[in-house]
Ligand binder design. Sequence first.
Ligand SMILES: [Zn+2]
Length: 255
Amino acid sequence: MTGKPPSGSRWAVGLFAVAFLLGISYVGWLASGAPDVEPDTTRSALDPATDRPTRTPRPSRTPRPSRTPKVSPTPSPLPPAFKVGIVAGHWKNDSGAVCDDGLQEVTINLDVAARVVAILQYEGYDAELLPEFSEKLAGYEADAFVSIHTDACNVPEASGFKVARVAASAIPEEEDRLVACLIQEYGEATGLSFHRNSITYDMRDYHAFNEIHPLTPGAIIELGFMGADRELLSENAYQVAQGVARGIACFLEGD
Ligand SMILES: [Zn+2]
């Protein structure tokens, strides 16, 4: 079934009615007050040259409160390293004792003393090698001073080591402690026995003791005898040097 098509006059009336209603609505809308049109504020922000909005300068940021500096403990500077002077007995002066076969004391002394210095430096000490005689020794200031010597070959069966400090010490307790540390550590490292009763006047009146600063703790060590102790002193110089270095460390670290 099909409907009857609307006549043309009826369409015209309908359109007119719709237009009329829209007109009424528009007038009513105006009367009720069209929403206020905002003044074109963006316009003022247009750049006349490009017609593009210029950048309104941003309000400057409130500066952040500066960081409270962290209260990290200031790393305290490391304490200065202990200064140690090591004399290679007879070095740069004479040969020291000489055995019949030509072995010279200074050879052993220098070998061991240089090793002692190297060990101490490796362990962080400010150690230096000194010759037997030097202007440097006058008033020499250090935390420890040790002169290294070796006994002769003339008594073939003689074995063992000696340690002494200056007879007229300004710091006897400290120097006795240095001597005690050397005896203990050197004896332990080498297995040699300590010659308590054969400390000579020469050792206690060793020339350098009278040159260095009176408050520099000093000692002299006779490492052993070039006869009976030769193998240890020549072939195991590192072990010998370890004994001296440990004795010095024992004194400095207060072990
Ligand atoms: Zn000597």
